[in-house]
Ligand binder design. Structure first.
Ligand code: ADP
Ligand code: ASP
Ligand code: MG
Length: 413
């Protein structure tokens, strides 16, 4: 008998029929004698709609109230899932984030899980009840509902699996695993049977939305085995060939490049004619950090006259209005011009084998050049290279790089 956390994403609970299909999987696990915690997302499209409602009132809406609104989608699915399980003859009860409680930081809109109370959950599971939890939400120290950032139900699932010391965390979604590139963009993309936590963190942070980055970080820290599985097959977790996210040591063959990722969630901001003297970069980035705005890529151009320079950086597209407001309020930059562009995409190649192999960057740049794609910003780490390009070239760039690195014919590890 094992304790399993099973998470169903938006498309897997998109309507009542799908909720009942998902419930049938849970019933199969229960029949095998397992204790099951089910984590559910909002029904497909619901969160987007709720986010739109908030933005329609104001782009600068109160984030505490945003959390009240957007967390409601998962609440509805949790109740429906509990009903579907009861109808299938299984004891089930829903538990909202604040009822468990799942404690979070107070960074509304993108809070982090800080703790999970497990005593009551264990009691319920021991009594034979299936515990149903809405993903994406928790409660702050001040007692307010907080959400965990888009895709945050994955993090709820892994955080619960870690706290409950579950045997595994099954993430059921609309693809049957993690692929070498988004299978919706690259037809020849290959499923990766096993991927290391480190690579998955990079892939997730670079736009591979199949798992939220925080969920993989928690899985790595607590060594939770995570499987990405299709919810459209009839089989259940232990029988399905999905992708296992695991420790690097457990993977025999390490690919130089294991995947290509893209993200259209970034915005580029350029502050023009910044005086070229010590401390100016800090004057831009410190207030942004204090406003909890994450900066991703940064370039500071060398000034030709040594007097002024331009500083370009990227932020999340949904935070660009806030970032501009912060910069606009800085005394030093009242005179500076600020340019913003939303029509950018970040394209990345990721691979743990890159650490010991040179030439990945030049191959990437050459490939893009051959397609006439201009690179606006570059950033690298030990196991990834990212470039910012015009958004209209997203698919072209992803497909060209997938081919250039031979990913369609690779026998993955
Ligand atoms: P869910 O609603 O189940 O949480 P998501 O939409 O968050 O599902 O994540 C699944 C989607 O991730 C897939 O439909 C797929 O288009 C996308 N995706 C992007 N890159 C990859 C990749 N490398 N491998 C698998 N899926 C990917
Ligand atoms: N419903 C939330 C979202 O769409 C959380 C999730 O599905 O993981 O971002
Ligand atoms: Mg998701």
């Amino acid at each position: 008998m094992a304790l399993i956390v099973a998470k169903f994403g938006g498309t897997s609970v998109a309507d009542i029929e799908r909720i009942e299909r998902a419930a049938a999987k849970v019933v199969q696990e229960v029949e095998r004698g397992h204790k099951v915690v089910v984590v559910v997302s909002a029904m497909s499209g619901v969160t987007n709609q709720l986010v739109e409602h908030c933005s329609a009132i104001s782009k600068m809406h109160d984030l505490r109230e945003y959390d009240v609104v957007v967390s409601s989608g998962e609440q509805a699915t949790a109740g429906l899932m509990a009903m579907a399980l009861q109808k299938a003859g299984v004891q089930a009860r829903s538990w909202l984030g604040w009822q468990i409680p799942i404690r979070t930081s107070d960074m509304h809109g993108k809070a982090r899980v800080t703790g999970v109370e497990t005593e009551e959950l264990h009691k319920r599971l021991d009594s034979g009840e299936v515990v149903v939890v809405p993903g994406f939400q928790g409660v702050t120290e001040a007692g307010r509902i907080a959400t965990l950032g888009r895709g945050g139900s994955d993090t709820t699932a892994v955080a619960l699996a870690a706290a409950l010391e579950a045997e595994r965390c099954d993430i059921y979604t609309d693809v049957d695993g993690v692929y070498t590139a988004d299978p919706r963009v690259v037809e020849q993309a290959q499923k990766i049977p096993k991927v290391s936590y480190e690579e998955m963190i990079e892939l997730a942070s670079l736009g591979t939305k199949v798992l939220q980055i925080r969920s993989v970080e928690i899985a790595m820290n607590k060594e939770v085995p995570v499987q990405v599985l299709s919810s459209f097959e009839d089989e259940i977790g232990s029988d399905l060939p999905g992708t296992l996210v695991t420790r690097e040591d457990d993977i025999m063959e390490k690919q130089t490049v294991s995947g290509v990722a893209y993200s259209r969630d970034d915005a580029k901001i350029t502050v023009l004619d910044v005086p070229d003297k010590p401390g100016l970069a800090a004057k831009i980035f410190k207030p942004l950090a204090e406003a909890a705005i994450n900066i991703d890529m940064i370039v500071q151009n060398v000034s030709s006259d040594t007097k002024t320079t331009d500083v370009t950086f990227t932020v999340s597209r949904n935070e660009s209005a806030r970032a501009l407001e912060v910069i606009g309020n800085l005394e030093e930059f009242q005179e500076a011009g600020v340019l913003t562009a939303d029509n950018v995409a970040k394209i990345s190649v990721v691979g743990i084998g890159m650490v010991s192999y040179h030439g990945v960057a030049s191959k990437m740049f050459e490939t893009l050049a051959e397609k006439g794609i201009n690179i606006q910003v570059i950033s690298t780490s030990e196991i990834k290279i990212s470039v910012l390009v015009d958004e209209e070239y997203t698919e072209l760039a992803v497909r060209a790089l997938h081919e250039a690195f031979g990913l369609e014919e690779q026998e993955a590890a």
